[in-house]
Write a protein that binds this ligand. Structure first.
Ligand SMILES: *Cc1c(COP(=O)(O)O)cnc(C)c1O
Length: 243
């Protein structure tokens, strides 16, 4: 299957940028005094075309995240041969749960108990398990999804108790601010909530160690606060077209 020349050029660039990103993450891990390899990279593929994503997967970027189920179901079939792992990282409407579960091995953006219950019911029908994270809105910005920090423990504990769902941790999108202290404080909030959750030893919470936080612009701050997964789009794929 031939690809248009501009896709080949973009693919080469993506592979190069992925290498640079890996170095950036490794440096941040080192500077935070953390174990090498303790932070994994998820590539956020929204708006990106299949040939470009394929190049990233072949270069080892095998963990992918999509915001929109529509994009996930459009792209995933064309990447089956390179077998990436897909996570849902955007708002998931209940009528899209079935479509999402056809491709996703995890949903990082669980923002209500209702959504978690729906996922658990669907998993029961499919006779499968699903990794989930609870998304927390640490910045309080009204444009961001996620449960408020003060409700996060209650929601996470309830989600963890549901059958078929395995709560692996918490996810957040950092504050949109140039004030690094503020951004970092938000990541520290998520870490504190994760620590409280683990300390609660409530049923289903004992494996909830993950902190999915940090993106192209703020991943060093997130890694300094204990991120275990950073979700990166533009630093690897370039700027997205505005939509
Ligand atoms: C787009 C997106 C990212 C990646 O953002 P960049 O700034 O492009 O790195 C991470 N997480 C979520 C939920 C996103 O929607």
């Amino acid at each position: 299957m031939s690809t248009p020349p501009q896709d080949d050029a973009v693919a080469t660039l993506v592979v190069h940028r992925l290498g640079e990103l890996r170095e950036r993450v490794a440096r941040a891990v080192r500077e935070a005094g953390r174990e090498p390899g303790s932070v994994r990279v998820l590539l956020a593929t929204k708006t990106m075309a299949v040939p470009v994503i394929r190049a990233a997967v072949l270069a080892g970027g095998t963990l992918l995240g999509e915001n929109r189920v529509q994009e996930l179901t459009a792209k995933a079939p064309g990447l089956v041969d390179v077998a990436p792992t897909w996570h849902v990282i955007g708002p998931l409407q209940s009528n899209k749960v079935n479509a999402a579960l056809a491709w996703a091995s995890a949903v990082q953006s669980v923002d209500s108990l209702g959504l978690a219950e729906r996922l658990a019911r669907r998993c029961a029908v499919l006779d499968r398990d699903l990794d989930v994270m609870v998304q927390v809105n640490v910045s309080g910005e009204s444009t961001k999804n996620g449960v408020p920090p003060e409700e996060a423990l209650a929601v996470a504990t309830a989600v963890a108790a549901l059958p078929r769902l395995r709560l692996t941790g918490l996810m957040t999108i950092g504050a949109r601010s140039s004030d690094q202290t503020l951004v970092r404080a938000g990541f520290a909030t998520l870490r504190g909530l994760r620590d409280e959750l683990l300390a609660s030893a409530a049923p289903g919470t004992t494996e909830a160690r993950e902190l999915s936080m940090g993106m192209s612009g703020d991943l060093e701050l997130a890694i300094a606060e204990g991120a275990t997964t950073v979700r990166v789009g533009s630093a690897v794929f370039g700027e997205r077209p505005t939509r």
